[in-house]
Design a protein. Structure first.
Length: 133
């Protein structure tokens, strides 16, 4: 679509028909190209989103297991909220921001892994602290 639009622009400039570059069909072509680019960004994100969504349970387990070991004497509700609140406060907003920015084409599609990476780093840090004791 970009090549076709560039060829039409070059032909219009070459023939001196500058009015053809500003008419409604040119604007329609530009809107179609913008729409196609947006769709391309959304489709390129889909593969990374599906894989990162599939592996998030492993990341949750990497955080939950050391947290449960550390809070072994606490009641169930305290352990649950000690693990779930940071995930709710940090993971889901980061996931939503990265999904929004990657679908808009502002960030690369691999940015969908940021939230999982944060969980893995947190899980490794917790595991290291548990291993010390």
């Amino acid at each position: 679509m970009q090549q076709q639009q560039a060829a039409e622009a070059a032909y219009g400039m070459m023939t001196g028909n500058f009015a053809a570059l500003s008419n409604e069909s040119w604007q329609k072509s530009h809107r179609e190209m913008t729409s196609a680019q947006g769709r391309l960004h959304r489709l390129s994100v889909e593969k990374h989103r599906r894989w990162s969504d599939g592996l998030v349970c492993l990341c949750f387990a990497m955080v939950g297991a050391p947290m449960a070991i550390r809070l072994r004497n606490a009641d169930l509700l305290k352990s649950f909220f000690a693990c779930f609140m940071p995930i709710l406060i940090a993971y889901y907003p980061l996931l939503a921001i990265s999904l929004d920015r990657t679908k808009a084409g502002e960030w690369p599609a691999s940015a969908m892994w940021l939230a999982n990476g944060m969980l893995v780093l947190w899980g490794l840090w917790l595991t290291r602290r548990v291993m010390r004791y």
